[in-house]
Write a protein that binds this ligand. Sequence first.
Ligand code: AMP
Length: 439
Amino acid sequence: MIDILSSSTFRRFPLSLTSDPGTRLKYRSIKGTKDLLPAETGLWHHVEADVRYMMSVFNYREIRTPVFEATSLFARSIGELTDIVTKEMYTFNDRGDESLTLRPEGTASVLRAYLQNNLGEQAPLTKLYYLGPMFRQERPQAGRLRQFYQFGAEAIGSSSPLLDVEMMILPLEVYRNLGINDTKLALNSVGCEKCRPRYKKLLIAELKKIQKSLSPDSQARLSQNPLRVLDSKDERDRKLTADVPLIKDHLCEECRPHFEEVQSALNALNISFHIDGRMVRGLDYYTKTAFEITHQSLGSQDALAGGGRYDLLIQELGGKATPAVGFAAGMERLMIVLEKNKREIASPSPKLYLAALDEPSRSWAFRTAVDLRKKGIAVETDYLDRSLKAQMRDANRLAAEYVVVIGSEELKSGSGKLKNMRSGTERPVSLSDLAGALG
Ligand code: AMP
């Protein structure tokens, strides 16, 4: 893949171009949402291209689903008692009084589309990816937004532990291709419908002994979702639960070898990871493998990506029992890591700036710009009747590679001077063959 960041056709400028005009403005973006300004979209395009490239290398094909769905789809799949469903969803009734929700994650919608369009009948294994905005009403902070972008993949139809590993390698390869190698991979198994209920009983019995000392959040989780008590960020909770049994040590005859095979496949590929027996993740649908990829430069919201297996979910949504595995990765957090590692970002710049000295030259320059753009050459010209000095400043600001100044002389003779803005050198050029001169 070409390295756009260091390509000479891209100009560089600092990221922090956002200025805040203060409180005078009548309309401002909603808390927790963010405008992506031209200074940033160059890097976004680059990262999106990297994601799409890697997805195609791994043979995943894109699916685009609507940003809103029936509320019950998310409640059913993510879990009625999860934080996302109880506290964070943007849910509203439309004019027909149907309860709709802006998607808080991608998997539920992808599976709904998979079932609705009978994708499972077209191939025994369906490999899909997505990239788009998700919505959660969380408390905004660095790396935590209310509208944020995720890319993710789902592989539906196989119970192979190798696919679990593929789901970990895929985002890791996206990161590696962007120059991020210092990520951490945490792995766990959360069991299945056979071993989890048994383990839950054991865990609840242990947690009941310390119930009164737990944080209010964990006390509430104890009865609703006891595994999430282990995931608590509260330091006191973590100390209190330091010695409780972990599900990875209570897996059934099916889940244990699966967990072991995932680990040996990672080892065979020399991918470093650590087992985090307390990680359960915030979505209820996981079975067996659960994983998270973090980066230390992200601070408290350090997760770049997370995923796992969800062998029961398709049946839960009305399909026939089908094993599946997937991951989702945050785009904004990836941008934060990239910003921290490279202080500059890239943005496309014109190959040629056509400066014009008078009205006839201006209209010639416009026609020629249109003509060259049709040939795929990035051209800019002046639309503000500016002086030559101001047009040269504009060409510099845009980091145009070449400039040709057009006036009555040039139009009459049919030739001009092609100025290389980097070296400052000039050479004669025929106005009828600018494309050839630039090629
Ligand atoms: P999840 O869907 O919760 O498993 O999240 C997967 C990834 O999406 C996380 O590891 C984050 O990188 C990103 N993410 C989740 N929630 C947010 C949020 N509110 N704002 C920004 N990124 C998020």
